[in-house]
Every structure is written in structure tokens, then in C-alpha cells.
Ligand binder design. Structure first.
Ligand SMILES: [Zn+2]
Length: 68
């Protein structure tokens, strides 16, 4: 990837960080996504599920079953 294309990609990702929230991210609820960039330049997408999301409930249930 050329430096110009890298700069365009970073610019596009930075623009997404300003578009909060972004609809979608889950097929089972009306989730919203937020995107951030940390101090190391790593982009992170966080999906915010509805409280009633069955997929999220399944994840939470499995967390409760995990023993270390
Ligand atoms: Zn969901």
C-alpha cells in the first residue's frame, strides 16, 4: 500500500471515529457501534447491544459457566 493510500485509509478510519454511534453490529438486536483510536494508533470497535439482546444474554450465560 502506498503512503498516499495509507494516509487516505487512516483519514477514513479517523472520520469513522467521529461518526458516533454507527448503527448495526448485531443481527439479534438494534445494536450501535462506537469506534475509537488509542494512543498506540490501534482502532477499536465496540458494539453496544440492547439489554434484551439474546446473543449478549448467551455470552453472559457462558461467562458464568467458565471456571478457572
Ligand atoms: Zn445484540
Amino acid at each position: 500500500m502506498s503512503n498516499r493510500r495509507k494516509a487516505q485509509a487512516i483519514q477514513a478510519l479517523d472520520a469513522m471515529c467521529d461518526q458516533l454511534p454507527i448503527p448495526g453490529g448485531c443481527l439479534d438486536c438494534n445494536a450501535e457501534q462506537t469506534m475509537t483510536r488509542d494512543s498506540n494508533g490501534v482502532y477499536r470497535i465496540t458494539i453496544h447491544h440492547e439489554d434484551t439482546c439474546p446473543w449478549l444474554a448467551g455470552i453472559e450465560r457462558r461467562k458464568g459457566e467458565t471456571t478457572c
